[in-house]
Design a protein around this ligand. Sequence first.
Ligand code: HEM
Length: 199
Amino acid sequence: MSGSAAIPGYTAGTPAVAKSPVTLAEFELMKNSALFGDEDVKALRQSHDVVKDQVEAILDVWYGFVGSQPQLLASFLGKSDGKPLGDYLGGVRKRFGQWILDTAKAEYDQKWLDYQHEIGLRHHRTKKNQTDSAAASAAIVPFRDLFALIFPVTFTLKPFLAKKGHKAEEVDRMYNAWVKSCLLQLTLWSHPYVKTGDF
Ligand code: HEM
């Protein structure tokens, strides 16, 4: 999470972020449920070098996909005029780029866990639009699309993972680790969407 102080609204590791309701011990068990182990941590960290100079190109593909799907783009539009909120899309994009690097760093400490909860709140009506002062936008990212997006995000990442000359099985390991990491993160982000006591 270093070198990211210049990204507006990226508050990971600062007092602005509340403590996650999920404990690190619970997260360890979630990792086990996803068959996520030390090999996956290694593979994610290996992917850091692979993706670090491809972040903008990856974001172009992901934003291209979201932009092509009206039900997804709706989360970034003005509620009343239906027009894309450029500053909002741009502000989120910078933090999305940092998220790629953070996911690849795979450092699962309390600060990381706390920021996961913050990201969930920012998709949920609790905090959506607040970070970028985008009050005109939709009130919530609907839960129904959250997990579905894991497939396009990871499937379109794979060619980027293959771009630095790694063997097919190494690319597969990095890809699998990304899929598992996204599943675990999205589950953490779901906390605000789940009925109290049911997470
Ligand atoms: C694989 C699934 C997803 C991933 C990896 C992802 C990732 C992210 C990240 C990293 C951020 C910025 C967090 C920060 O503030 O630091 C973000 C924000 C946002 N995402 Fe997602 N997201 C996913 C699913 C979705 C879906 C399905 C939508 C619906 C279009 C969506 C819409 C948004 C919006 C509107 C924001 C801005 C929230 C705000 O107002 O702060 N996301 N997302």
